[in-house]
Write a protein that binds this ligand. Structure first.
Ligand code: FAD
Length: 543
């Protein structure tokens, strides 16, 4: 069988690459080869708001909402120095109960869902089919043929494809951790992390909801001395309860995964009452070795999307969001190659640069997250190591300060984020771990100036509205300053003013004028986030 684009795997990454390609390039013949028959169960149920923008862009936010998944309002966890339960909210104001199905606007644009992956993944894959992708379920790719750095064919075991071969002009590996193309092309992976964990989980019927607010709820994360538990309500009556512990603890415990799972639930007084009237489905599942980053994620005629590129750790609830963010870049890249909008090598290298750094930040953040459960001095020292990894030489105390003010923020989007978490959220989380609320450093400085010393100007890719746009970008070490959107406002304000308060005011006025739906308070928060991210990375210094 011949086609333009062959995608291996119909999970969220595969469905988003296919769906966005058919949205922007309907003339392309896109084939999705999926081994399973959907619906099929999959772990990874708690989402982050960033991914929802992509579901809206693809035209399926309403279809997901129609399934009435619980609305995720944030997280409640016990972690770090405090034995108390702490909360992390997506919303700055109380959640207003909604008539469902809702719309992707207002509070619903900054909250998300907790999903039953069987149902959720099927909605996405069916949506890709409705946009014109040719979807083949029960069609397992058994071999990837290669010639040099090019994929030549994929062999598939499928009744619907009797010739057993699919040839395409572009190939996308969205096969998750199986990494069919990644392995066939001999791409090595790095596990640049101390994360060596295993997970065991099962589903429960009729468990209580956590802090139910209409159809809104929270993920609950509880650290034990020897691991942590997740509790995620994924439907009116179904709940996912899982345990993550180190592979070493599991090995030394001498217990079976079932025994460990039961011990975790027994040991945790916050979980028992929620499960008092619940029935376990009794289909315990386990996974391990998920934390890695592929050394290459694009080649001659192939791209990796989703978990095949890499994954950090379940603690961040960021897997799907990272998967679909990368998948979107793959779809835009193939479009750009088709339309010869930019030089092919640049398109691929920008995808590599931006997406790999995004996953890397997540891995570092997950590392930090685990370490922050231990002694504070160890954490400070570890922060210095993380800073070194980013090309900065800082003593432990300064390194901690750097991270606590957003040192992970090295991915570009309109607003400063750690790929999927906004800078203010990173600050909120870190403040709760350490018991010390990080302050806005820029507010302590009366005057500021732009610092481009030692930086080189390049043309970087910005992925927006279906297109790859070229933007002037300053690069220094691992960090970049894209002169675009809110960062452009900062660039201009810093070029004409030096007093911090005047800079803040100028930027706030521009943002409110450009985006009338943002009130003064949100505009001020954006300004602070942008300037703080620039300060943390050394683009802004005291004048
Ligand atoms: C323990 C654990 C907990 C997690 N918790 C969360 C969470 O709370 N929130 C979150 O966002 N993420 C979480 N994740 C991560 C999340 O599950 C993944 O990041 C996400 O599923 C990635 O999507 P994907 O499309 O890349 O891969 P997948 O969802 O794995 O989809 C890959 C698809 O490819 C198909 N496939 C594989 N091999 C072949 C083949 N040879 N031929 C054809 N098809 C094939 C598979 O059947 C599958 O449908 C968790 C992960 C783990 C391990």
């Amino acid at each position: 069988m011949d086609c333009d684009v062959a995608i291996i795997g119909g999970g969220p990454a595969g469905a988003v690459v296919g769906g966005l390609l058919k949205t922007y390039c309907p003339q392309l013949d896109v084939v999705i080869l999926e081994a399973a028959k959907f619906p099929r169960d999959h772990v990874g149920e708690s989402l982050l708001p960033t991914g929802c923008e992509i579901f809206a862009e693809m035209g399926c936010w309403d279809k997901i909402e129609a399934e009435r998944f619980p609305i995720k309002l944030g997280a409640i966890y016990r972690w770090g120095r405090t034995p108390d339960l702490v909360r992390f909210f997506f919303l700055a104001e109380p959640f207003l109960e909604q008539i469902r199905p809702g719309k992707f606007s207002g509070q619903r644009a900054v909250t998300t869902w907790q999903v039953d992956r069987g149902v959720f993944d099927k909605v996405l894959l069916d949506h890709a089919a409705s946009l014109g992708c040719r979807v083949f379920e029960e069609s397992k790719v058994t071999k990837v043929g290669a010639d040099g750095d090019s994929v030549t064919v994929v062999e598939v075991d499928s009744e619907a494809i009797p010739e057993g071969k699919v040839k395409a002009r572009y190939y996308v590996d969205a096969s998750g951790t199986r990494g069919m193309i990644r392995r066939a092309m001999g791409v090595e992976i790095d596990s640049p992390t101390t994360l060596r964990n295993i997970a065991v989980w099962d589903y429960w019927q009729d468990a209580a909801w956590i802090d139910r607010n209409g159809e809104g709820t929270y993920i609950r994360i509880l650290s034990l001395d020897w691991g942590w538990l997740w509790f995620i309500t994924i439907g009116e009556t179904r709940t996912s309860v899982g345990l993550v512990t180190s592979a070493e603890y599991y090995k030394n415990s001498g217990m079976s995964t079932e025994e460990l799972y039961q011990k975790a639930i027994r040991d945790e007084p916050n979980i028992g009452p929620l499960l008092a009237t619940a029935t376990r489905e009794n289909a315990l599942q386990a996974d391990k070795d998920w934390s890695y980053l592929s050394n290459r994620i694009a080649g001659d005629n192939w791209f990796l999307a989703g978990d095949s590129c890499g994954f950090a750790d379940p603690i961040l609830s960021a897997g799907i969001t990272l998967a679909v963010t990368g998948a979107r870049k793959v779809a835009y890249s193939i479009r750009a190659l088709e339309e010869k909008a930019h030089p092919a090598e640049w398109v691929k290298s920008e995808f590599e640069r931006t997406h790999r750094s995004n996953i890397k930040s997540h891995i570092r953040f997950a590392d930090y997250w685990y370490l922050s459960n231990k002694k504070f001095t160890e954490l400070e020292e570890y922060c210095a190591e993380i800073a070194k990894d980013s090309g900065l030489s800082l003593d432990p105390k300064d390194a901690f300060q750097w991270i606590a003010t957003g040192g992970f923020t090295d991915d570009y989007s309109d607003e400063p984020t750690l790929g999927t978490y906004k800078l203010s959220a990173v600050k909120q989380i870190i403040g709760q771990f350490t018991g010390e609320q990080p302050e806005w450093q820029v507010l302590k400085l009366p005057r500021l100036r732009l610092n481009l010393e030692g930086a080189e100007k390049i043309s970087a890719a910005v992925y927006r509205d279906g297109l790859i746009k070229v933007k002037d970008t300053w690069i220094r070490g691992d960090t970049s300053l894209v002169v675009d959107a809110f960062y452009r406002h900062a660039y201009m304000a810093l070029s004409s003013e030096a007093e911090t308060m005047k800079i803040l005011d100028l930027m706030r006025k521009w943002i409110v004028a450009r985006l009338p739906d943002r009130n003064d308070h949100t505009a001020r928060l954006i300004v602070l986030e942008v300037l703080e991210a620039m300060y943390v990375q050394g683009w802004v210094v005291a004048a």
